[in-house]
Design a protein around this ligand. Sequence first.
Ligand code: NAD
Ligand code: ZN
Length: 252
Amino acid sequence: MTGEEAIKRAARDIAKAKRVVAFTGAGISVESEIAPFRGKGGLWERYNPEEYAHISTFRNNPEKSWQMLADMLTHIKKAKPNPAHRALAELEKLRKLRCIITQNVDNLHQKAGNTSVIDFHGNTRWLTCLECGRKYKLDDFSLEEIPPRCECRAVLKPDAVFFGEPIPMDALRRSQEEASKCDLMLVIGTSAVIQPAASLPIIAKRAGATVIEINPEPTPITGIVSDYLIEGKAGEVLPRIVEAVGKIGIRK
Ligand code: NAD
Ligand code: ZN
């Protein structure tokens, strides 16, 4: 579905839902100039993230991992929330969004003002020393010299979940609980293929929730797990949905 009808339908569904959860992926940050892994302009065209961002590569050859990390983090440091992030912050203010579960590690939902965010794959705002546990702020490094090192000289690792690492227990437990209790899930900018994140829309669907996708392209869950897809860029579609939800709220 595209256009005005789809926007109105989503706004009506959100307005009548009691517990709305947003599940976001790299696509929501594309309009903030952070490349996704897959698709056009994706990091995959230059690096194989499953190799460069695998925990065993980081442990054995951190300089290699930092080639890709420096590229990604330089963009993340500069990035600002786009209209899609801001629309979700507005939806929380309207008291129509319980939480965001994000696969992103860019901290942009928090920067946009959302207060209830589960960082499913961690957050690169912080870097940790795997040797001594000391923590540093990403903003304190220029990334001109890589890899960044701890005072103890060990290479620092961003607080993001690498391939081969488990999801932080608390984030996994809370996300599964939110997915199973929501009555509407917005699946925004994710191809929903990386596990276990990809199971969250399935949990929501099985529990009886309406699942709405916002993505310029169909995904493997379109029409199977999701009830409908609104085809378009998150930064164009979400502000219009949230504006329409606000208007329904006022009319009530
Ligand atoms: P993904 O599997 O979530 O795929 C990106 C999706 O976004 C695709 O389905 C694409 O069609 C869609 N998309 C592209 N532009 C869009 C737009 N303007 N609006 C809405 N949707 C749009 O992501 P991935 O890139 O394969 O990444 C896999 C993992 O790596 C995830 O955990 C992801 O969050 C993480 N990652 C995070 C960031 C970040 O923090 N910003 C960047 C790259 C990768
Ligand atoms: Zn250290």
